[in-house]
Design a protein. Structure first.
Length: 304
């Protein structure tokens, strides 16, 4: 029996194009439907009553502090490395190198996994610094809801986004309610969940404690860890897309240059940060680079 002939590239490309066209048609139909719903009098009244953002407490001052800019960049940098190293760990068939602890000889792992865990730790340290400064400065009220009206305002913002009649974006003074809930979920829900499940799956979990392992089974950690990463990826895609389409220069100045103008300084800093992200993306794939740091914390053996 002969094996089936492989599909030629052009039918596959045509299938992708038709699929993309179908998705665009469905998206356009969805936007049109939401516009019709938004024009109905009860919905229009709802949108007027809840324009999309909640009023901040009086102690919150406008502006983005410098520490927010730095921790934001480091969060993005480490998150990109976490995603890249996580994909490598998930798909790697043969380890390019091995790391073993000098103190606990039975504790060993691939260099790819060691690099993933090392970046996780740096990401968590940066997150702790961010949260401490967040509450010390009073800036916390920008991402932690302080009023129940955040929920109807978030629904209002969602309707406005879905209808392409987007809410006014002014991150310098206030996030809209949907942004606020999204940032809260990332910082206080998704990040801790990723850390806890990652620790459960790592070689550092106290496996000798049967009680702890029974309370938090490995299968549950596996079931949660991967979807949490996908949630981060989806958030990043939407977040970056909105930054680029809701006033790119002003948004980048707000986050990177510490001002509310529309000059090119923020864009320049952002461009340099993208270069750093690209370098990090390729660096975390290189076992020799990972080994240079891993040797400081254990024994390393590279595969020849």
């Amino acid at each position: 029996m002969t094996s089936p002939r492989p599909r030629t590239p052009w039918p596959r490309a045509l299938a992708y194009l038709l699929g993309a066209a179908g998705l665009l048609v469905l998206a356009a139909a969805g936007v049109a439907a939401v516009r019709v719903v938004a024009s109905l009098e009860p919905v229009a009244d709802f949108l007027r009553a809840y324009p999309g953002d909640s009023t901040l407490p009086d102690f919150v001052t406008p502006g983005i502090p410098a520490w927010v800019s730095w921790t934001h960049f480091l969060n993005a940098f480490f998150l990109v490395l976490i995603i890249r190293s996580g994909l490598r760990v998930r798909n790697e068939k043969v380890a390019g190198g091995l790391w073993s602890s000098k103190r606990v000889k039975k504790r060993r792992m691939s260099l790819a996994l060691w690099g993933h865990i090392a970046v996780d730790v740096l990401w968590l340290v940066n997150g702790v610094v961010f949260v401490v400064l967040l509450f010390a400065s009073g800036h916390w009220a920008r991402i932690v809801p302080t009023s129940a009206d955040v929920f109807p305002n978030a629904l209002s913002a969602l309707i406005q986004y879905a209808s392409f009649d987007w809410p006014t974006h002014d991150g310098w003074t206030n996030y809209n309610a949907l942004q606020q809930l999204s940032y809260f979920a990332i910082v206080f829900l998704a990040a801790p969940l990723a850390a806890i499940t990652g620790f459960r799956l790592s070689a550092f979990w106290p496996r000798q404690s049967e009680r702890l392992s029974a309370l938090f089974p490995e299968r549950i950690a596996k079931a949660l860890h991967w979807p949490t990463m996908l949630f981060f990826v989806a958030f990043v895609v939407v977040h970056v897309g909105l930054v680029l389409t809701t006033g790119i220069l002003r948004n980048l100045n707000t986050m990177y240059a510490g001002n509310d103008g529309d000059g090119w300084l923020g864009f320049g800093i952002f461009a340099l940060s993208v270069v750093a992200l690209v370098v990090g993306w390729f660096a975390i794939r290189n076992d020799a680079w990972i080994a240079a740091f891993a040797r400081r914390f254990g024994d390393v053996r590279l595969r020849k």
